[in-house]
Design a binder for this molecule. Structure first.
Ligand code: FE
Length: 341
């Protein structure tokens, strides 16, 4: 009698577990990555695991707002964001939960993930300096500090100082120079502008080619994308500009990341961790490099990308990404004080 009761309760437990098992076969992904080439990345995860991905794509601001409004009811399991400044914001808003994964810890270098596992970087991008070959000497523009040097008055173009890419660069300047010097730098860049900030990184590179700007900063993948483009106008643009790895003689070029996390109230937590582990697989890492011209975070990942090859190797700033997150709020206030629109 006792035995059959235990059997019955075991059977009940198994039945009760069924819906949960079925639930594990779906993953709700909130992504701010804005790259079409990511399609293959998601399709292959489903092929390998049978877990279907429901994807919600939105701009970073909209995505974070949505997550906040949904709160504990949010269906989100995984959140993918680009740039440390956005990871910082999401973390500050309490949208992530830490996960322990020996696999992620083994594959992703410590400086590219949160110490408590609340986010992981899956690809890196460098903030490069682009210059007009006809009007600017490369030695006058090969450090971020020189963007603020009076010798470059009227030559500098960047996207908005409120944009995460500029905020993270500012956060790295705070870490390396201290806040007073970093603020003087931000003011110097504003003083040197050829025009008020507008447009994205690609627009800055194009404006350097036309001569409207002499020097600009851009994330590396936008430059690589234009290098790989067959469009005559892109070829023309790239023929007129030079690309520099800033600060090679000292700390190295500012590196940023695209990263992901398990959402605070993930209902499919196991699948979520599995997906993050998949993003760190050699196969997925190859997609980041070949599809969106970013660098894998996993050293063993192999990729073949002619633009990345052409751009060559460089010394990257070894600053932990967590330091950028730590300085994100201070960077925003500093850019405001400096009048960096
Ligand atoms: Fe981007």
């Amino acid at each position: 009698m006792k035995t059959s009761l235990r059997f019955a309760s075991l059977a009940l437990a198994a039945l009760a577990a069924l819906p949960a098992v079925a639930q594990e076969k779906v993953l709700n992904l909130y992504s701010a990555r804005h790259y079409q080439t990511d399609e293959a990345l998601y399709a292959n995860f489903t092929k390998a695991t049978g877990i279907k991905i429901n994807r919600i794509e939105a701009g970073d601001e909209g995505l974070l707002e949505r997550l906040q409004n949904e709160g504990a009811n949010s269906p989100a399991d995984v959140v993918l964001l680009v740039d440390a400044a956005r990871l910082a914001k999401a973390q500050q808003m309490g949208l992530f939960q830490p996960v322990k994964s020996p696999e992620l810890e083994a594959r992703i270098p410590a400086h590219l993930r949160a110490p408590d596992g609340s986010w992981y970087a899956f690809s890196t991008r460098a903030r490069v300096i682009v210059y007009n070959k006809a009007s600017v000497k490369p030695q006058d523009a090969d450090t971020y500090e020189e963007l603020a040097d009076p010798k470059n008055k009227g030559k500098v173009c960047t996207r908005s100082g409120a944009h995460p890419y500029q905020l993270s660069l500012a956060a790295s300047m705070i870490e390396h120079l201290g806040e007073p010097k970093a603020e003087a730098w931000a003011r110097g860049v504003v003083d040197n502008m050829a025009r008020p900030p507008r447009g994205g990184d690609t627009d800055q590179v194009k404006a350097v080619a036309t001569g409207e700007c002499g020097i600009a900063v851009s994330n590396s993948y936008y430059v690589a994308r234009m290098m790989r483009s067959d469009k005559p106008e892109d070829k023309d643009t790239m023929a007129k500009v030079g690309v520099l790895w800033p600060n090679q003689a000292d700390r190295g070029t500012h590196l940023n990341v695209s990263g992901g996390a398990v959402a605070k109230s993930a209902k499919n937590r196991e699948s979520a961790v599995k997906f993050l582990e998949y993003l760190a697989s050699d196969e997925a890492q190859g997609y980041f490099a070949n599809g969106n011209n970013e660098w894998p975070v996993v050293k063993s990942a192999v990729f073949k990308n002619p633009a990345l090859e052409q751009m060559g190797s460089f010394k990257a700033d070894p600053l932990p990404i967590a330091a950028l997150l730590k300085n994100a709020a201070a960077a925003q206030r500093m850019m405001d004080r400096a009048g960096y629109k």
